[in-house]
Write a protein that binds this ligand. Sequence first.
Ligand SMILES: C[S@@+](CC[C@H](N)C(=O)[O-])C[C@H]1O[C@@H](n2cnc3c(N)ncnc32)[C@H](O)[C@@H]1O
Length: 236
Amino acid sequence: MSDQLSAHAKWAGLSDGLYLAKGRCPSTIARHLDDCLGQPEQVLDAGCGTGAVLASWPRDIERCGFDHDPGLVQYAAQRTEPKLRFEIGTFNQPPAGSFQSVLALFAALQYVLDDEARQRAVLALQSRVAHGGALAIELGPDPDTMHPPAATWTRWRAADGQWWLRRAMASTEDQTLVIDFEFHRGGPASPVVHRDTHRIQPVTRRWWIALFPEPSWAVRFDHIPGGGPLLIATRT
Ligand SMILES: C[S@@+](CC[C@H](N)C(=O)[O-])C[C@H]1O[C@@H](n2cnc3c(N)ncnc32)[C@H](O)[C@@H]1O
């Protein structure tokens, strides 16, 4: 892979094994979403990352994933199927069209740190939801309920041997969570192979709910298997 890739794209090939080790199985998540969203015919995945959830969808429906990281989109696009496509795009300018389900999984929208910018992103995603369809947002850290661990280790076996990930969290003065990832091969004392830092803004449930006013939207909650709470807003 070239040096032009983002830190996240450089470890994209490790993410399937890592997510499974953390109990976050893409096909279980896709099956759950298909059921709880009423078997949609078109799905748009915002901030799709490596595209694993769309590629694992249990039915052969129209699926489009987009992400602002070109390296991740390039990685996702290796998952070729006739009705599956991946594009470079931002939350503010999602691919054109109307979709029965729009997803934003694994706290993707909380990578937008500024409240007003995140609100604009949610409005742009709402504009892609068909009438009767839903926007499903997996919620990440919530300042009302969070107790982030200082550091955790995850170990898993990949085709090229054993990997270890150290994930350390700290919050800044403005409460942004800074998450440092260090990937080691072989054992925790071995040299760091990949480093990455993600910044995530904790957001309260009240903040999300206020973006989906009645009678245009009906909000309910579910849960992503192995993940976080799922806000499902249906366009009435
Ligand atoms: C934690 S990852 C989640 C990836 C994927 N949804 C999953 O469930 O594994 C967050 C993703 O959001 C993407 N992202 C962050 N800000 C974005 C933006 N403004 N527009 C589009 N994608 C964005 C990142 O590149 C990253 O792939």
